[in-house]
Ligand binder design. Structure first.
Ligand code: PLP
Length: 397
């Protein structure tokens, strides 16, 4: 007999990651099937009519829903403890949909200023073109949030830990302030993944993911997701999605379902490797700054560890010789790849000032600590001794 919804919600996370949301076709396949179709057929014209007027719930068009995508959405919703989830074509499609579906001209958006480059573009440039008033604050500073949220606000958006500076926001405290200001809180939880941090349990209303990162985690495809209450997803997100089309491909949803099955194992190893690499980097003289939420030396270590069950797999550091030192170091690496992706099984490294955050003005980069010597390392699943050896030989070079 198939596990019902209550049974699936009662499963422990590792079981949900492997089995949550699985629906079998008439062929009783073991692995989830890929429903690579755009449309669906109706037995009668009346059935089509009822599917569109809402009296009949069924698949209508894959821009709206798709069976493979629905399995991914159900699985992620179970893990996150969310009522509903919608898969999206990419992390940026998810961020934009989660914000644009609920903001109107004249509304106020307060966001932490340490954001992924494209999230910064949406908040600081794109949405203001449509009349949204955006204020960016130092996400680490509760007084800055308090001040910004003393005015009525519609939406709060934050990333914790932030990309790439690993700044941590006190999620429960900001949610409380935001709710008092009348705002809906949207958290970009990419760096922590649903396994290390659950923002909904800390008071957030909506969580967004780039599933491209750890959820796939093997460099194969783009994907994203938005999770929240049934009311939010049905009333706000679904109409936006149906009519603007940021839908997730069924094939990518299938890749992401397979990614979820190994997410817990991979995250354990990612975090274990990153902690070891961070501990070694901490002893290197060439580094003028090192940031890893799992290390006591992180300025917000205690807060990070009260919100996250482990430090994650991203480490940031600064070389004292500026851009020439950073480029020299990156070019000397033999195992770790230069790439702007993260959360991958392969260790990847990038220079944010000239890649992911090159759009920002120099003063905006300075505010979030992205100096010319600043480097972001996503620690992979290789034998950690090989990652450490590579970093040490490149630091010597
Ligand atoms: C990568 C990333 C995104 C964007 O995701 P894509 O899948 O690349 O569109 C958004 N937020 C954060 C924090 C990210 O790291």
């Amino acid at each position: 007999m198939k596990a019902d919804d209550i049974t699936q919600r009662d499963w422990n996370t590792a079981t949900q990651l492997v089995r949550g949301g699985t629906e079998r076709s008439q062929f009783n396949e073991t692995s989830e099937a890929i429903f690579m179709n755009s449309g669906y057929v109706y037995a009668t014209a009346e059935e089509a009519e009822n599917s569109f007027n809402g009296t009949l719930e069924r698949f209508v068009y894959s821009r709206f829903r798709n069976p493979t995508v629905a399995m991914f959405e159900k699985r992620l919703a179970l893990i996150e403890g969310a009522e509903e989830c919608r898969g999206m074509a990419s992390g940026m499609a998810a961020v934009y949909a989660a914000l644009a579906c609920q903001l109107s001209a004249g509304d106020r958006l307060v966001a932490s200023r340490a954001l992924f480059g494209s999230c910064h573009y949406i908040c600081a440039e794109l949405l203001p073109r449509f009349g949204v008033k955006t204020e960016l604050v130092d996400g680490r500073d509760l007084n800055a949030w308090k001040k910004a949220l003393s005015t009525k606000t519609n939406v709060v958006f934050l990333e914790s830990p932030s990309n790439p500076g690993l700044e941590v926001t006190d999620i429960p405290a900001v949610c409380k302030l935001a709710h008092e200001a009348g705002a809906i809180v949207v958290v970009d939880n990419v760096f922590a993944t649903p396994l290390l941090q659950q923002p909904l349990k800390m008071g957030a209303d909506v969580v967004v993911y780039s599933a491209t990162k750890h959820i796939d985690g093997q460099g194969r495809c783009l994907g994203g997701a938005v999770l929240g209450t049934k009311d939010f997803v049905v009333d706000k997100l679904t109409p936006f999605m149906r009519h603007t089309g940021p839908s997730l491909s069924p094939f990518n949803a299938w890749v992401l379902l397979k990614g979820l099955e190994t997410l817990e194992l991979r995250m354990q190893k990612h975090c274990e490797n990153a902690a070891k690499v961070a501990a070694v980097l901490e002893t290197q003289n060439a580094l003028s700054r090192l940031l890893y939420p799992g290390l006591k030396s992180h300025p917000q270590h205690a807060l990070a560890m009260s919100q996250m069950s482990a430090g994650g797999n991203v480490i940031a550091f600064e070389l004292s010789g500026g851009k020439p030192a950073a480029f020299g170091f990156l070019n000397a690496l033999r195992t770790i790849d230069i790439s702007n992706n993260l959360g991958d099984s392969k260790s990847l490294i990038c220079h944010p000032a000239t890649t992911t955050h090159q759009r920002l003005k120099p003063e905006e980069r300075a505010e979030v600590g992205i100096t010319d010597g600043f480097i972001r390392l996503s620690v992979g699943l290789e034998d950690v001794r090989d990652i450490i050896d590579d970093l040490q030989q490149a630091l010597r070079a």
